[in-house]
Design a protein around this ligand. Structure first.
Ligand code: NAP
Length: 484
């Protein structure tokens, strides 16, 4: 049978969208458009530009396996370098030429076995396959704090950094002490007149040196074989780390706890401050913080740790429950993201008029985080319940794409007009996932963005090796294939 021509829409030009465009082109599937609401590629690395932004996955692992980068300047890359890396890769593979920027897809409807897309500007497209590469942590969570609107200084979310806000010699408040808040505090505390860190829950911190690479190291990175070997060695290491988070009772998990505890004991000298910074839950229950200088920053004379609950915001500062008004010029909300929104608010209508909002009325559900019953030929990268430990989402997306390519191959070969996972299989997979999640560190008694409304972590709860095995080839019995 002649090969079937397929048209694709890739939604999102972040890491996973760039990957999809490159991989489709390499397979000779060149009839596609990349839709991007922003003005450039880069996704999360375009949207986040706060001071201190860097990645907590090692640089040599946080890049495409097929595009190693000899130019990383640090073991953990600064955000701007990562953004520039993605721009460079996208440019060299011609991805930007295939993208429609500044126009958001607002609707995707399955009609007559094809997806009908409409953008914000009214542009329409009809495609056989949608690849949703819309990212995970990209809907900023604006906290529900009384009086926020009345603040007369500058107030903004960390993912919408206001570069006109003056930090030098200013009184700055930072709400939140997750990965983002910690990076900002470590980066700006010396520049400001006073920094108030509003901490609701302390975090465990893993110390990791991030000294810039020296010339000999940079020279060694020119050898691409060396870089590839480093990529795979780091992959193995992170695979082991994944085992630590999926088994809260494992020796690896215990070892991480000990490293964090000794970091706290050794590096915070004032016993009272140390206790206020000490979490009462197991290390890595919340996403582990990687920082070599957070504790030093918290002991700097410019910095004040505020642990009294925020009562409200007033025109000139934040008032805490003890009645104290913390006067501020700038208020940064490092308060995280709506991790369960994914491609919403895009309206997605599947077979028989079922909408994504109906399908996900309780919570996001997907088969292997990539496909959805009732939404045929709709493939997600880094979809619901996708993160594998603290593994690089790039490695996860590459493996997912290789799996999705096998689904696409059936469409391309004309074996099927439509592919969607079987509902019972999807529900069975979810039940097994929830059962396995009970042993993970994320369920040992803390709150975090990993947890869904039931308190179940929205992650892959099995070892990395199992992820590799499952991604190797689809189990075709899990899918309904509608013939041409
Ligand atoms: P987050 O981990 O969700 O942390 C949000 C922080 O804001 C928490 O400390 C939270 O306190 C606090 N918060 C939220 N609402 C609040 C309120 N109303 N009053 C007081 N405090 C409030 O968000 P994030 O720091 O942006 O990080 C999200 C994820 O992004 C990370 O876990 C990581 O996966 C990723 N990230 C990675 C890097 C990197 O290095 N690659 C950098 C930044 C972010 P509670 O803990 O009490 O809820």
């Amino acid at each position: 049978m002649a090969e079937r021509h397929l048209r694709f829409a890739i939604i999102g030009a972040g890491m996973a969208g760039i990957l999809s465009a490159i991989k489709l082109t390499e397979s000779g599937l060149t009839d596609f458009t990349v839709y991007e609401k922003g003005d450039r590629v880069g996704g999360t690395w375009r949207e986040n530009s706060y001071p201190g932004l860097s990645c907590d996955v090692p640089s040599q692992l946080y890049c495409f396996s097929f595009a190693p980068n000899p130019d990383w300047t640090h073991p953990y890359s600064p955000g701007l370098e990562i953004q520039q890396y993605f721009e460079r890769v996208a440019e060299s593979y011609g991805v930007a030429d295939r993208a429609r920027f500044n126009d958001e897809v607002v609707r995707c409807e399955w009609l007559d076995s094809r997806w009908h897309l409409t953008t914000h500007d009214g542009h329409t497209d009809v495609v056989d396959v949608v690849i949703s590469a819309t990212g995970v942590l990209h809907h900023p969570k604006w906290p529900d704090i009384a009086g926020l609107d009345s603040f007369e200084g500058r107030v903004f979310h960390s993912a919408r950094w206001d570069h006109d806000a003056v930090l030098d010699d200013a009184r700055v408040g930072i709400v939140g002490s997750g990965s983002t808040g910690v990076q900002i505090i470590a980066a700006i505390h010396e520049r400001v007149a006073h920094l108030a860190s509003f901490q609701r829950t302390p975090q465990w911190v893993m110390p990791m040196s991030n000294e810039a690479f020296v010339p000999q190291q940079l020279e060694a990175h020119r050898d691409l074989d060396y870089l590839r070997a480093t990529h795979s060695k780091l992959g193995e290491l992170f695979g082991r780390f994944t085992n630590a988070v999926i088994d809260a009772a494992s020796p690896e998990s215990h070892m991480i706890g000990e490293m964090c505890r000794s970091n706290l004991e050794a590096n915070v000298t004032d016993p009272a401050l140390r206790e206020r910074l000490r979490p009462d839950y197991q290390a890595a229950c919340k996403r582990l913080i990687i920082s070599e200088n957070y504790y030093q920053a918290m002991q700097h004379p410019n910095v004040e740790l505020v642990t009294d609950e925020i009562a409200n915001v007033e025109s000139n500062g934040v008032r805490t429950a003890d009645g104290v008004l913390h006067e501020l010029d700038v208020l940064v909300l490092a308060t995280g993201f709506h991790a369960d929104w994914f491609m919403r608010p895009m309206q997605i209508v599947g077979t028989h008029g079922v909408t994504l909002d109906e399908a996900w009325a309780q919570r996001p559900l997907a088969y292997l985080s990539m496909t959805l019953p009732d939404f045929p030929n709709f493939f997600m990268l880094n979809g619901p319940n996708g993160p594998v430990g603290n593994f690089s989402l790039i490695s996860v997306a590459e493996l997912q794409f290789a799996y999705i390519e096998q689904l696409i191959a059936r469409l391309r070969a004309g074996d099927a007009l439509e592919i969607a996972p079987d509902r019972a299989t999807t529900e069975q997979f979810e039940a097994t996932r929830v059962e396995a999640a009970q042993r993970t560190v994320w369920m040992t008694g803390c709150t975090s963005w990993y947890l869904d409304d039931r308190g179940v972590p929205a992650t892959w709860p099995w070892p990395w090796d199992r992820f590799l095995d499952v991604m190797a080839a689809p189990q075709w019995s899990a899918y309904n294939l509608t013939e041409l």
